[in-house]
Design a protein around this ligand. Structure first.
Ligand code: SF4
Length: 456
């Protein structure tokens, strides 16, 4: 919590943060910067001198949600600044909400901070600026997103991220490691490494070398993973570290032994998007998926507990029933642990919109349902195989005692990333259990997505 002594007329900023974890990290950075400038955070609209809405502009549905959030902030407070991905569509925002005070795009930290200064000039208390403050975090204290780069060098046909966020721009590895260390020292038990393409980290800087703890480290995914595996919490434990948005380039093989050694969480989030070679080609996907099944097998031999999560798009233009069946058969072989699926939706400005042979909506729906059925069955079987095992579980939430004085808790195993994967529901936990504790839990039951158990 903020330890600054409040001063009477300190200006307060409210924040509505929409979109993906990367946008959440942007919100944290903006708020950290604003707090350093002497602002306080307001938990509600009423107490805020100005409200920031960090928007998502990826899909049409996200844009609608962003416009609705801006409308709500205007109705509730009236003084609204818009930032984030949808900020690139200032005309559309102004057409819907002419009252907004300012609009800035994604990563324009300086601009958004300047807009806040103009809308609600800060009350400078000299002592505020002198007190070192922890960074503002919008996730619970026990897990943190660690953003290693911005932008993307690929040009997948359905995606406008490169237009919105530009080419790959990697952060210095010493800066990333310093941030990770700081987070772990201040209570983070789980680091979630995010970017648009984690495997490509450092390609733009030619993997530049920096000094870290007396060692030369490259801006490269394998060096990053190895160094993150050296971090320890104040209690001397290895924090959980998950790699997200990993493309299966060959060097991914070299991080699997770190998972087997317990230095890296045995979890890989690989956005395959499809399996049919012809669909992948039309999607202009960067990776060659042909050898992936073989590699999955190899990874599981090295680290049997590795959980692989992925996402898929069904109904991409030109996807035939044969392509779709190829995908289903591939999923049966791949036996992925966690799968998210999306029905293809055209995104304004994406190359895929010009492709012929759109898949009719009812066909998309039907394929989506078939895919979910297959992946739910695979997931249920994989989770059922965990019944009787004892697994480490990180606690996200501890409930209140029920009428029998039984306290329940919700946590996650190493196979579950927050927000996107399943949960482990624990019964009969001690009242002393706290958010962020990592306990050994015995699994008693499972369904298609979650596990149920007790502390061992
Ligand atoms: S890899 Fe493809 S889908 Fe991912 S951000 Fe880059 S262009 Fe978009």
């Amino acid at each position: 919590m903020n330890s600054v002594t409040p001063i009477a007329d300190q200006k307060k900023v409210g924040m509505v943060s929409l979109g993906c974890p990367k946008a959440l990290v942007d919100s944290e950075r903006i708020l950290t910067r604003l707090r350093a400038d002497g602002y306080a955070m307001s938990p509600d609209y009423a107490g805020a001198d100005v409200v920031l809405v960090n928007t998502c502009g990826f899909l049409d549905s996200a844009k609608e949600e962003s416009l609705a959030a801006i409308g709500e902030a205007i109705a509730e407070n009236g003084r609204v600044i818009v930032t984030g991905c949808m900020g690139d569509e200032a005309d559309a925002i102004r057409a819907a909400h002419p009252q907004v005070l300012a609009i800035t795009g994604a990563h324009q930290y300086e601009d958004v901070v300047a807009a806040v200064h103009e809308a609600a000039p800060p009350t400078q208390g000299p002592f505020i600026d002198l007190i070192p403050q922890p960074d503002v975090k919008l996730t619970p204290r026990h897990y943190s997103y660690l953003k290693i780069s911005e932008g993307c060098n690929h040009s997948c046909a359905f995606c406008i991220i490169p237009q919105l966020r530009g080419k790959l721009a990697s952060r210095r590895i010493d800066a990333v490691l310093r941030e990770a260390e700081k987070l772990v020292v201040s209570g983070t038990k789980e680091l979630l490494v995010i970017s648009q393409d984690t495997s490509a980290y450092g390609v733009d800087t030619r993997h530049d070398v920096r000094q870290w703890k007396g060692r030369a480290v490259r801006a490269h995914m394998t060096d990053l993973a190895r160094e993150l595996g050296q971090l320890r919490t104040p209690a001397g434990e290895t924090p959980w570290t998950r790699l997200h948005y990993v493309y299966p380039y060959p060097h991914v093989d070299s991080v699997i032994p770190l998972m087997a050694e317990g230095l890296l969480t045995p979890y890989l989030d690989i956005p395959f998007q499809h399996a049919s070679p012809s669909v992948l080609k039309r999607m202009k996907r960067p990776a060659n998926e042909a050898k992936v099944l073989e590699r999955l097998k190899k990874w599981r031999n090295i680290c049997p507990d590795i959980a692989v999560r992925s996402s898929f798009v069904v109904g991409f233009p030109g996807e035939t029933e044969e392509d779709f069946r190829y995908l289903l058969a591939w999923l049966e072989d791949a036996q992925l642990d966690r799968v998210g699926a999306f029905r293809f939706e055209p995104v304004e400005g994406a190359a895929a919109n010009a492709l012929p042979d759109p898949v009719p909506e009812p066909v998309k729906e039907e394929r989506y349902a078939r895919l979910m059925e297959v992946t739910a069955r695979i997931s249920a079987a994989k989770l059922a195989a965990k019944i009787g095992r004892t697994l480490p579980v990180i606690i996200d939430e501890v409930g209140a005692p029920d009428e029998d004085n039984d306290i329940g808790a919700t946590g996650r195993s190493q196979a579950d990333a927050p927000e996107i994967d399943g949960n482990v529901f624990l019964r009969n936990v001690p009242a002393s259990l706290a958010q962020g504790d990592i306990v050994q839990a015995r699994v008693e039951d499972a369904d298609a997505h979650d596990l149920y158990g007790v502390i061992a």
